[in-house]
Write a protein that binds this ligand. Structure first.
Ligand SMILES: *[C@@H]1O[C@H](CO)[C@@H](O)[C@H](O)[C@H]1NC(C)=O
Ligand SMILES: *[C@@H]1O[C@H](CO)[C@@H](O)[C@H](O)[C@H]1NC(C)=O
Ligand SMILES: [Ca+2]
Length: 230
């Protein structure tokens, strides 16, 4: 059985790895990041394998949270010095959105919940076609920011929304729950591969060339725990 298929029931195997400014770690195969508290200082930075100057992407992650109601939740933040280049949110009104330095494109999809949901986002600059995918099922497509290029040399953060590089976090926007299987490609994966990722038949899915959860380079700040996914 592949670890990606196992539900993240938290047992006693929590490891505290929250030493600020510790050296980067690598590889989270079979693991989940647990954000147990609402804080303004706990987060994880991810180091991409290649430049994030992007004219297309597929971003996938598995998320579980019990946050609900009128609450913004940051799900992914990629920020350069002055701009939010790619931020993914659950908005106050419960819809989901991503922002490419500017206004958002907003989608009405099923809510995240206490069980793992595989959320993917695809975007492609030439057409601007964008979509959210929930457990392998695609939302309606929207046209957003055609011709745009995401800029390189920023930092990816899980758990907090940086209003400046890299700080001004707001606990009321932080992520509380579990994140695993963060994978990202610099192109749009076909539907068959996004569905295969969800059903764990990943043999024919190329590994993420920006982030690959099996080898991902990450650094934990504050109270974020690495736990076995099973
Ligand atoms: C962060 O949270 C702590 C504890 O709740 C609080 O004392 C502090 O002022 C907060 N810092 C910022 C920058 O909001
Ligand atoms: C996705 O689609 C499948 C097959 O159409 C369906 O069984 C499943 O419930 C859908 N999942 C979600 C999260 O909508
Ligand atoms: Ca903010």
């Amino acid at each position: 059985m592949f670890p990606c298929c196992k539900m993240g029931v938290l047992v006693a195997s929590l490891l505290l790895s929250g030493v600020a400014n510790s050296a980067a770690d690598a590889g989270l195969y079979g693991k989940a990041l647990v954000f147990p508290y609402e804080t303004n200082n706990s987060y994880v930075t991810l180091t991409p394998q290649k430049s994030m100057e992007l004219k297309a992407f597929t971003l996938c992650m598995k998320l579980a949270t019990e946050l609900k109601g009128e609450r913004e939740i940051i799900l992914f933040a990629y920020r350069t010095k002055y701009f939010d280049e790619l931020n993914v949110w659950r908005e106050l009104d419960g819809r989901y959105a991503f922002y490419l330095s500017g206004e958002a494109v907003v989608f009405d999809i099923p809510q995240l919940n206490t069980f793992k949901t595989q959320l993917c986002i695809t975007w492609e600059s030439t057409t601007g076609l964008s979509a959210f995918w929930v457990d392998g099922n695609r939302s309606v497509r929207k046209v957003y920011k055609s011709g745009h290029t995401i800029q390189p040399s920023g930092t990816v953060i899980l758990g907090q929304d940086p209003d400046r590089y890299l700080g001004d976090f707001d606990a009321a926007q932080s992520f509380v729950g579990e994140i695993s299987d963060v994978n990202m490609w610099d192109y749009v994966l076909p539907e068959s591969q996004i569905k295969a990722l969800h059903s764990c038949s990943t043999r024919h899915v190329p590994k993420g060339n920006i982030f690959d959860w099996e080898t991902i380079e990450y650094q934990i700040h504050g109270k974020v725990f690495v736990a076995s996914a099973d």
